[in-house]
Design a protein around this ligand. Structure first.
Ligand SMILES: CCCCCCC/C=C/C(=O)SCCNC(=O)CCNC(=O)[C@H](O)C(C)(C)COP(=O)(O)OP(=O)(O)OC[C@H]1O[C@@H](n2cnc3c(N)ncnc32)[C@H](O)[C@@H]1OP(=O)(O)O
Ligand SMILES: Cc1cc2nc3c(=O)[nH]c(=O)nc-3n(C[C@H](O)[C@H](O)[C@H](O)COP(=O)(O)OP(=O)(O)OC[C@H]3O[C@@H](n4cnc5c(N)ncnc54)[C@H](O)[C@@H]3O)c2cc1C
Length: 642
């Protein structure tokens, strides 16, 4: 199963080998539990481990393999981030995709050797979503052949970029490029921020940390202002766009090609979200198979809480989602790598499809991951609320994904643009022009669903039902939009008035893609036992998801009330079938205790001993009487007694 999850036997084996090596290297372990550290201590601890990793990485992993590096980071540095998180996640990908060969030769080796630390600075205090209204400017000075970066007012301060505050000395900065008074829109520039020797900010640069956040606090998200700060013309990233010495602008082959670093993260973050969901579920499911509370049959001893149907219903559909996200994520990364290769050689024809797909997936996956992690936390009762479970930290990090790389509602609307265009093709009889991801919009569906009538249809009838609801909602929302425009409404106003319906269509389309990716994977599996276990999970997935969106299929009679009962019964049937495999389905992800960082969810299952040991090690328990008591509470009580 681990091979299915991680993509191959070799990958699964390498993960195990890497974890085993790390287990033997105490210098790479947290020196004390992260929840007992201040933010400054955590950052220091992370930098300490990062430095050792930079030296010893070659002994543990193949540093040229991104999957191995990713696992190493998860184990050693963890999900709260690290002082170089954005360096790998966005800085290097931005240089790789947007810098010319000559620029790459100059900067990439230094970045890869970690001679310099970089980030991606785009969002500003006043604008994040609407890139067209970013306010930082890069004005070309023809006389010196330099760009002058400037922050005209407080809202133009860069705000949020990870590791900008204290750690990075370089950044890819996105600024409006102005040449001879003409604004060419946002473009990426390579900018040195700090002195390479002293790490002091360079003159003309105002920079710092934006303060603590809901989670992800090892990362120093920062602010940045420029006061007429000069960089050479050749620091504009010039793979796709060029500015010649005389100010001549050569436009890129696609207007949005400079957005590729964002698409990169949207494609890769799906796996990260799946891992965080599976981690929280691993903790909650292990704990639920240790925790005994109450009886189902009064004549019997107390049961493990995992025996309760409500507990299974809370956890198992999310287990199915974690697998579904992992499989959909793997497909998306493959597609991204393909499109990137094509883009580099000038073929930009697939960019719109990839943008639409990643926009929808990013939004649906992060939202459902958040839901699943929070349910996992509640499923642990009181102990879920303790930092000993570590689930609240996992939640805090994962839920950030709803916001970064494009706020979810906004990204769903991006997918909706694509869906509306596709709907227009269907309506004008041009279905043959539909891309493969939306081809189903042009296919006539049966009048009613056959899910309960052809039970051995594989999952075909389920897929058809998802296709039906997605198609119906897309066409309905598009009709609403076109209808408003026909009545004379301006395009943007009509769009806003339909946006809730449009986003519903985007969600349904994306959920269909996730179901299809899961079906595709299960159909590929040769090992009969693995296939059986995953088929059970897929049954739960399709029935649970369909129940969740049933109103769309009920309203036009595609599903009947009795079919709904059938779907519900299937959910209950598969909850029971999955129960014996539940812990294994999560243990198959093979998270080590070091990586999980959870006292509640350790592999040994010694929950109560571990919790007591953890509580005793709390810094508050170093002394029996705290100074808050001697200084304030004791005198207060003494005064009251007089
Ligand atoms: C585990 C923890 C890891 C933590 C790491 C965290 C790292 C986080 C980093 C960041 O957050 S970096 C900052 C990210 N910022 C954003 O994502 C901003 C979101 N906004 C946008 O992406 C864009 O502004 C927008 C919403 C896509 C709109 O862009 P714009 O105003 O320029 O375009 P529109 O007029 O809406 O659309 C025009 C046209 O262009 C198409 N399009 C837009 N983007 C792309 C793309 N990337 N690729 C291809 N095509 C694109 C869009 O669909 C429109 O097409 P048509 O409908 O007109 O055909
Ligand atoms: C943990 C974290 C890490 C980050 N890291 C980085 C980084 O490394 N580099 C970087 O540059 N940035 C980074 N960001 C910033 C991030 O990319 C932005 O916060 C994000 O893109 C959302 O933009 P915003 O903050 O402007 O939200 P807003 O756009 O102000 O969103 C506020 C509300 O307005 C709604 N809204 C906005 N526009 C529309 C619209 N057109 N239609 C409908 N509704 C709309 C949204 O849906 C939302 O409900 C990070 C953010 C976080 C939380």
């Amino acid at each position: 199963m681990a091979a299915q999850i991680w993509g191959s036997e070799k990958r699964a084996r390498r993960r195990r080998e890497i974890s085993a090596k790390i287990a033997q290297m105490p210098e790479l372990h947290d020196s004390k539990p992260l929840p007992f550290m201040t933010r400054e201590e955590k950052i220091m601890e992370s930098a300490r481990k990062l430095t050792i990793l930079t030296e010893k990485m070659g002994q543990i992993i193949d540093p040229t393999d991104p999957a191995e590096l990713y696992h190493l980071n998860n184990e050693v540095l963890g999900l709260e981030g690290n002082p170089m998180a954005l360096h790998g996640v966005m800085f290097i990908p931005a240089l790789s995709a947007q810098a010319s060969d000559e620029q790459q030769a100059k900067w990439l080796p230094r970045a890869l050797r970690r001679e310099i630390i970089g980030t991606y600075a785009q969002t500003e205090l006043g604008h994040g979503t609407n890139l067209q209204n970013l306010e930082t400017t890069a004005t070309y000075d023809l006389a010196t052949q330099e760009f002058v970066l400037h922050t005209p007012q407080i809202t133009a301060l860069k705000w949020w970029p990870g590791n900008l505050g204290k750690s990075s000395n370089y950044a890819v900065v996105v600024a409006h490029m102005i040449i001879k008074a003409k604004n060419y829109g946002p473009h990426p520039f390579m900018v040195q921020l700090r002195d390479e020797k002293t790490h002091e900010p360079l003159p003309g640069i105002t920079i710092g940390d934006i303060g603590p956040k809901m989670a992800y606090n090892i990362v120093d998200n920062g602010f940045l202002g420029f006061n007429k700060y000069r960089i050479p013309r050749t620091n504009l990233l010039m793979r796709h766009t060029k500015v010649e010495a005389d100010g001549t602008y050569i436009k890129p082959p696609h207007a949005k090609i400079n957005y590729s670093a964002m698409v990169h993260v949207r494609a890769y973050m799906l796996t990260g979200q799946a891992i965080m969901l599976a981690s929280a579920l691993n903790i909650a499911t292990r704990y639920s198979s240790v925790r005994r509370q109450g009886q189902i049959d009064k004549s019997q001893p107390e049961v493990k809480v995992l025996e309760y149907q409500t507990q299974q219903h809370r956890l198992f559909p999310s287990i199915a989602r974690a697998y579904a996200f992992q499989f959909a994520g793997a497909e998306t990364v493959k597609l991204y790598e393909h499109v990137l290769k094509e883009m580099k050689s000038g073929n930009v024809s697939l960019m719109a499809d990839l943008h639409a797909l990643t926009s929808g997936l990013k939004s649906v996956v992060t939202y459902q991951t958040g839901e699943g992690i929070e349910q996992a936390r509640m499923a642990c009762g009181g102990h879920g609320y303790s930092m000993a479970s570590y689930i609240s930290e996992i939640y805090g990090v994962a839920i950030g994904g709803c916001t970064y790389e494009g706020e979810n509602m906004v990204m769903l609307l991006q997918l909706a643009r694509y869906l509306v265009k596709s709907a227009a093709l269907v309506k004008s009889g041009q279905s043959s022009k539909l891309g493969p991801l939306v081809a189903y919009l042009g296919v006539k569906s049966e009048p009613t669903s056959l899910i309960d009538r052809i039970p051995n249809s594989g999952f075909t009838e389920y897929v058809k039902t998802f296709q039906h609801v997605s198609k119906r909602q897309t066409l309905k929302a598009a009709d609403m939009f076109f209808g408003l425009m026909e009545k004379g409404e301006k395009r943007e106003i009509a769009w806003n008035k339909c946006s809730v319906e449009l986003n519903r269509a985007s969600r349904l389309h994306t959920r269909l893609f996730i179901v299809e990716a899961f079906v595709r994977r299960v159909n590929e599996i040769a090992d009969i036992r693995i296939k059986e276990a995953l088929t059970d999970l897929l049954h739960l997935h399709v029935n649970y998801e369909l129940l969740d969106i049933a109103s769309y299929a009920l309203e036009d009679g595609f599903l009947s009330a009795s079919q709904l009962d059938y779907i519900r019964d299937q959910v209950y049937l598969y909850l029971g079938k999955i129960r014996p495999n539940a812990v294994s389905l999560l243990d198959s992800w093979e998270f080590s205790d070091i990586e999980l960082r959870s006292v509640l969810g350790r592999r040994d299952g010694n929950v109560y001993e571990n919790l007591f040991k953890w509580a005793k090690s709390s810094p508050l328990n170093k002394t029996d009487v705290l100074s808050s008591v001697t200084q304030y509470l004791k005198p207060m009580m003494e005064k009251a007694r007089l």
